[in-house]
Design a protein. Structure first.
Length: 120
């Protein structure tokens, strides 16, 4: 039987997951500028979208691990799940080429992720 993750490690993993998510969203903003100015920008932005979505899923996993075996509060799971929903909407409107929704939502996501990182 596996031993539970110590609370200190669970919260560190959560902090790392939020930092990774924030960084990937920032890199998406950079790659969106490249999308408009270079030939490889579309590829970079597309790959970055997948990485950002994976980082959002990692945030959910880290929140669950910080709560259940780590003994932390369940509230970060709600935040992480909400963020995964926002990431799903962001991917959908990006595929639909709706920049009037995609860009402001990206700014909102970056701000919320930065806020979550600052609160940790």
């Amino acid at each position: 039987m596996a031993t539970p993750m110590p609370a200190k490690h669970a919260f560190s993993f959560l902090r790392i997951a939020i930092a990774l998510q924030t960084l990937t969203i920032f890199l998406q903003a950079v790659s969106s500028g490249l999308l408009m100015t270079s030939s490889y920008g579309e590829t970079l932005h597309s790959v970055g979208a997948r990485v950002m979505y994976g980082a959002s899923m990692l945030y959910v996993l880290a929140a669950v691990l910080a709560w259940k075996p780590g003994g932390g509060p369940p509230r970060p799971i709600l935040y992480a799940s909400g963020f995964l929903v926002l990431a799903s909407v962001q991917v959908a409107v990006g595929i639909a080429h709706l920049p009037s929704v995609h860009l402001p939502l990206g700014v909102l996501m970056f701000g919320l992720s930065l806020l979550a990182l600052a609160r940790r």
